[in-house]
Design a protein around this ligand. Sequence first.
Ligand code: DGL
Length: 258
Amino acid sequence: MSGPILIFDSGVGGLSVVPPLRHRLPNAALVYACDNAMLPYGTRPDDWLVTRILAVCEAAVAASGCCALVVACNTASTLALDALRAHLTVPVVGTVPAIKPAAAMSVSRHIGLLATSATVARPYTDRLIETFAADCRVTRVAADPLVHETERLLAGDEPDPSIIEAVTAPLWQESDLDTVVLGCTHFPLLGERLAAAFPRPVRLVDSSDAIARRTVQVARDPATRAGRDRSLATSPDAGLSRALAGFGFDEPQLLIVG
Ligand code: DGL
């Protein structure tokens, strides 16, 4: 069924997937949906999160009439992908930490995972590491404060470099670590500010292009964009409107979650 491609995250993080998606599908209509009323997801309990993610995604799929859902959130995907696929009739593309490409690139065989508290501790993440990075040492760092710093940046404020430096310190203090997985969709949006926190060059790897490639495969008949893309949010917020406008989305409409 034709319809826009729906991108979902707790906040602005899913916007990191928008440029590669527009690059690969330049004419496809997109709808961005976020549950900013409940941000951040990364410190919430799993059973609460599953119920909430299902409710928000069901409401957003109905409100958008989408042809496919991109869950542009590692915290949601590593927990609720199976439940979403069981509940929804549209194809669902998930986002999980890019452990596999990072392990393939690492020369020193020591990689870092920078993600939310929830994602670093998930059984799904354990399985990714066992399957694709069994011969690597993996240093996992919960970096929840970077979610807030990214939200601030996209809302027009400058993030605090001392917070970025303190949160990433357990990674750059490991002298042989050469590759870092950005396992939260917010983090690539910090761009140079994140790379600048590392006193020596490390590879930063994220999943955004892989998600765009997968979306091209599953979104069989995306509707053609007519004007600006739409957005949906669970709480009106001026900073969010500014972030969305910066990525070519209209003022968000209120998403009512049942
Ligand atoms: N952007 C989300 C992710 O990829 C998480 C942000 C949050 O904690 O809400 O995990």
